[in-house]
Design a binder for this molecule. Structure first.
Ligand code: KG4
Ligand code: ZN
Length: 340
């Protein structure tokens, strides 16, 4: 049986709605709309929770109408909305909107874990359902996690960050050298003309046992370097060399942690999702690691790696196909774990 699922994502500053068509063989995106206003947050120095609430309230009805219009379908079989983890006030808006929409359309409702969406995205971006077991790296502005996905219902966290997330490190380091928000794409772009090794920054946790991450040491080392060399933030080529070094430091750290996790879990399939996985230097380095480890790397394609509603619609569809009961009572949970 083919079913149509509408997903809503409001865990941070993106307001996103998507519709997928799915059956037991796979899942296909048929309509999507997304709005984000990073410049408004950038003016205030970062994501402002109150501002996200106003944006979601204003944009959700329009974005939903757009997504429905694009897929050319007036009805759907099920609705899902992100219930966590994320910013509590932002989650509440999307969750209440999703429940109200499902109620009005007389269809079931599912509260979805945002990180489960990221776990799905590398697979559903190429139309497939997740394969198990696999090892998943989630690298975004809010999370840096290594998850051993044993089966659809058994997930173990094998590595997490002790301080900042990888995307957060990109954002903070970009800001230190006068680049805009979000910092990851800005650093990647600037790094293209730069050379690794002109400046020396640490590779956080490289060689340490286990699979945890830490980026605060890198941030402090970068701050000291910039204090000693104020020209870096001003000159084009010095800034490019700095950005190339930052990207190499984060990339080598991620690769080292993934290597340990692949050895520890003995998995043969590594997936990567989350905004940082849009970075081509990082995905190339992970590709190389997978090749050397006899594993396969699956990345979420463009439009699926950063926050999106397609992944939420996909998890919703899977749940409906599996006959999971509606869950109207689930509240927003800003710290909802992906382990289960
Ligand atoms: O997954 P995402 O859209 O939202 C969160 O759940 O956080 O990730 C956003 C993060 C930001 O920190 C941004 O700087 C980072 O992903 N990012 C990148 C790139 N594109 C986005 N980091 C490195 N290189 C990129 N090309
Ligand atoms: Zn995310």
């Amino acid at each position: 049986m083919k079913l149509c699922a509408l997903g809503i994502e409001t865990s941070c500053d993106e307001t996103a709605v998507a519709v997928v068509e799915a059956d037991d063989h796979g899942c296909r995106l048929i309509g999507e709309a997304l709005a984000t206003r990073p410049e408004e947050h950038a003016l205030l120095g970062g994501i402002v929770p109150e501002l996200t609430v106003r944006q979601h309230l204003e944009l959700l009805p329009k974005i939903t109408a757009q997504a429905r219009g694009k897929c050319g379908r007036s009805s759907f079989h099920v609705v899902g909305a992100t219930a966590g983890p994320g910013l509590a006030p932002a989650l509440l808006v999307g969750l209440a909107f999703g429940k109200a929409l499902a109620w009005a359309e007389k269809v079931p409702f599912h509260a979805i874990n945002h990180l489960e969406g990221h776990l799905f995205s590398p697979f559903v971006s190429c139309g497939k359902w997740p394969e198990y077991p696999h090892l998943a790296l989630i690298v975004s502005g809010g999370h840096t996690l290594l998850v051993d996905a044993v089966s659809p219902s058994e997930r173990r966290i094998v590595g997490t960050t002790r301080d900042d997330a990888a995307g957060e490190a990109f954002d903070k380091l970009a800001r230190m050298v006068g680049l805009g928000y979000p910092g990851g794409p800005e650093i990647e772009n600037e790094a293209k003309g730069g050379e690794v090794g002109i400046y020396s920054l640490p590779r956080p946790m490289k060689g340490a046992p286990g699979c945890d991450f830490s980026f605060s040491g890198l941030k402090n080392a970068a701050r000291l370097l910039l204090e000693k060399n104020p020209d870096i933030a001003r000159s084009g080529s010095a800034r490019s060399n700095f950005c190339a070094e930052v990207q190499a430091a984060i990339s080598e750290s991620l690769v080292d942690r993934c290597r340990n996790a692949l050895e520890q879990t003995d998995r043969r399939l590594l997936t990567v999702s989350g905004g940082v996985s849009a970075n081509q230097g990082i995905t190339r380095a992970l590709e190389e690691l997978a090749r050397r480890s006899g594993a396969k790397l699956l990345t979420a394609g463009a439009g699926w790696n950063t926050d999106n509603a397609s992944m939420i619609a996909a998890v919703t569809a899977r749940r409906a196909l599996d006959g999971v009961a509606s869950d109207w009572d689930t509240d927003a949970d800003p710290r909802w774990s992906v382990a289960g």
